[in-house]
Design a protein around this ligand. Structure first.
Ligand code: ATP
Ligand code: LTN
Length: 330
């Protein structure tokens, strides 16, 4: 059976970008294979974060996962740090990714650009090693992610090929990334040339924003000069971003979205986009509140970690064995 795995870092308030690029689609994979969705809390430590904030973000993300329609009977939902095999495999795999290739990672370059060397943690640099461990531990075939994470799946593939060449073809399973045709990169509403990002919020719509705040943010989104509505990422990044948001929520193509808005003025265009976002997020927020208040997510996470750990242990043993670590229980 196809294994599908993905995760989100509990680094901040989830944005509409996270929802469209990742969260919204996770549930669709439940019909296509065996799904593992986790909270990448160890990854959240790669940049400074307050302990209480991290804990609360983790609870929030668990509730968001469940509110998005993930069914714990079908999907294994868990917290990364609750499955110790992630860190154990990381300790082995860190020897097979190299300084040169890690220093070329776009995410590392972007996140460390304004930091002094003396403040950049090793975890930020070695981020792709832990991410590769997350993926290969479950023999994942498919990794659904937004565009910004493709490079990390590619370096995981390099690592898998390297390991398999050295230790035998069956050591690790080679994963493929999967990105959405529409909505893999939602841009900031105030500066549509930069990604909407939860750790660097500029013109973001947060999944927890009250609906009237969402409406205000969309109504004041940067549009472009001219008055026509068409898709042109280079020259009309603001309008193109709003069209992308609309198309991905309505699950239609960009062409269909453009056709729909023919003859609209910017004001009415934005009004309709705002209502579309609200129609999607309002019921989602209600489910999220209920789940959070009931605390039901805790049992889901406990069961998920138990199941994940059993599967992860098999892979870990296989790798320990392949690289030559002695198993004294043998
Ligand atoms: P951070 O700002 O902390 O790096 P982030 O907002 O980029 O966080 P991640 O936890 O890195 O969020 O990403 C979770 C998932 O959401 C990933 O699959 C990522 O590709 C996707 N994603 C993040 N931002 C966007 C965006 N603007 N558009 C589409 N998908 C996105
Ligand atoms: N790096 C990812 C989060 C993440 C992930 C993973 C995604 C950590 N491990 C494994 C898919 C598979 C991010 O920043 N979105």
């Amino acid at each position: 059976m196809t294994r599908i795995l993905s995760g989100i870092k509990p680094t901040g308030n989830l944005t509409l970008g996270n929802y469209i690029g990742a969260l919204k689609h996770f549930k669709d994979f439940q019909e296509q294979g065996e799904v593992f969705i986790f909270i990448a809390d160890l990854h959240a430590l790669t940049l400074p974060i307050d302990p209480e904030v991290l804990r609360q973000n983790t609870r929030d993300l668990a509730a968001f996962y469940l509110a998005s329609g993930l069914d714990p009977e079908k999907t294994t939902i868990f917290v990364q740090s609750a499955v110790p095999q992630h860190a154990e495999l990381n300790a082995i795999l860190q020897n097979y990714l190299y300084m040169g290739e890690l220093s070329r990672m776009t995410q590392f370059k972007e996140k460390s650009a304004h930091m002094k060397d003396s403040a950049i943690g090793l975890g930020l640099f070695a981020y792709p090693v832990l991410m590769a461990s997350d993926i290969v531990l479950y023999d994942a075939d498919i990794v659904p992610v937004g565009e910004d994470q493709v490079q990390h799946v590619e370096i995981t593939r390099d690592l898998v090929n390297r390991m398999n060449k050295r230790y035998g073809e069956k050591t690790l399973v080679l994963p493929n990334y999967k990105i959405n045709k529409v909505g893999a990169r939602i841009m900031s509403l105030s500066d549509p040339t930069v990604k909407m990002s939860k750790s660097d919020p500029k013109g973001d719509i947060f999944l927890k924003d009250p609906v009237e705040v969402i409406r205000k943010k969309i109504m004041s989104a940067v549009t472009d000069s001219g008055s026509e509505i068409y898709y042109d990422k280079e020259n009309k990044p603001g309008v193109s971003n709003l069209l992308t948001i609309y198309a991905s929520l309505k699950e239609i193509s960009i062409e269909e979205a453009v056709a729909h808005f023919q003859g609209y003025r910017y004001g009415d265009f934005k009004k309709e986009i705002a209502q579309t976002v609200i129609d999607e997020l309002e019921p989602f927020q209600k489910r999220y509140q209920e789940i959070l208040a009931s605390g039901s997510y805790l049992e889901v996470l406990r069961k998920g970690a138990k199941k994940a750990s059993q599967i992860a242990e098999k892979t870990l043993k296989r790798v320990q064995n392949a690289v030559g670590l002695l198993d004294t229980d043998e």
